[in-house]
Design a protein around this ligand. Structure first.
Ligand SMILES: Cc1ncc(C[n+]2csc(CCOP(=O)(O)OP(=O)(O)O)c2C)c(N)n1
Length: 340
């Protein structure tokens, strides 16, 4: 109960000052406002299918702010909070969720991979990047984020195994939001926790409260630092809850109870942080209004850029499959052009 009222366990709290705490809050608020806007745009037919991050802002902001620009990050599809922190232009996220590949163009010097829509397939990619960094002696860490459902995939186990054997600088961050579409955590694995899977692969596994931005930040930061210093991989299970539907194409009320959702609404990571800030006298209504106004301005500007961008040439789909197009692709592009 103390936690829900914003009471921290001071023995566990490191010295986050007002500025740092406000950065957490403002980033979480921006991510949530973006999320709400994306849902509205989808309902108005102005965006494609969208996967909400509501409820997972503490994990994404806590972890995103623990990364250094030189680290590499391999995202799954429910990760816009980290994308925003990493500096992906907001308009790219609108492009992405409208099925426009311009959304996947990562700005130069931003060490992020494009979003992996197939569940878990980016885990071996991340491990490969970590292996490359180790061979080259780059003092960087790799972060890979995924859901509880991904831990049932072969890609996860192969990635974890290799990372353990070669002691690679990679942090596996599982956002255990309790549901993989309609499959509950209890049907995902008979294992008591997901974190304990790390033991079998010879690495540290830790289960944390994914709605506690401070805890997520400290744990991820320590794991990334350990990785950069040659200490090997870590698996973090951050326990949270997917407050919305799986995507805008889903209706979660068909497979889970409203009581369950209501219980988790009380643990909303933003409410919790706000309460903590109120206890510290770091929050006022005018501060919140200002933060919200800033978020809205940024988001509306991005919507404008996204909607006013001329459409891409559809023939481009043939251009990026291989470095040099195969004769088949050249032929297909020709036929496509004639049909247009
Ligand atoms: C390889 C693969 N199989 C199936 C799907 C369909 N699918 C999309 S999301 C999802 C569930 C993912 O659950 P989880 O990993 O827990 O992530 P969450 O959606 O909860 O963030 C599935 C099965 C897919 N995208 N890729």
């Amino acid at each position: 109960m103390a936690v829900l009222e914003g009471e921290a366990d001071h023995s566990l709290l490191s010295d986050f000052d007002e500025k740092e705490v406000k950065r957490f809050y403002e980033s979480m608020e921006l991510a949530r406002s973006f999320d709400e806007k994306a849902l509205h745009l989808q309902r108005q037919g102005r965006l494609g299918t969208y996967a909400s991050i509501r409820g997972q802002e503490a994990i994404q902001v806590g972890a995103g702010l623990a990364l250094q620009p030189s680290d590499w990050w391999f995202p799954a599809f429910r990760d816009i909070g980290i994308s925003i922190i990493r500096g992906l232009p907001l308009k790219n996220l609108f492009f992405y969720w409208s099925g426009d590949e311009r959304g996947n163009v990562i700005p130069p010097n931003q060490n992020d991979f494009p979003i992996a829509i197939p569940v878990g397939t980016h885990i071996p990619h991340a491990v490969g990047a970590a292996w490359g960094a180790k061979i080259k002696g780059d003092p960087i860490a790799v972060l890979v984020t995924f859901g509880d459902g991904a831990t049932s995939k072969g890609d996860f186990h192969e990635g974890m195994n290799l990372a353990g054997v070669f002691s690679l600088p990679v942090v596996f961050l599982c956002q255990n939001n309790q549901w993989a579409i309609s499959v509950p955590r209890s049907r995902q694995t008979a294992s008591q926790t997901l974190a304990q899977k790390a033991i079998a692969y010879g690495m540290t596994g830790v289960q944390i409260d994914g709605n506690d931005v401070f805890g997520v930040h400290q744990t991820t930061k320590a794991a990334l630092e350990k990785a950069r210093k040659g200490g090997g991989p870590t698996f973090i299970e951050a326990v949270t809850y997917r407050m919305g539907d799986h995507t805008t194409a889903d209706d979660a009320s068909r497979y889970r109870s409203s009581e369950e959702v209501k219980e988790w609404e009380k643990k909303d990571p933003i409410l919790r942080l706000k309460q903590y800030m109120k206890n510290k006298n770091w929050w006022t209504q005018s501060y919140e209004d200002q933060v919200n106004q800033n978020s809205q301005n940024r988001i509306l500007e991005a919507v404008k850029e996204y909607e006013e961008s001329p459409p891409v040439d559809p023939g481009e789909i043939f251009d990026y499959v291989f470095e040099k197009p195969t004769p088949d692709l050249v032929e297909q592009k020709k036929i496509f052009r004639k049909k247009k």
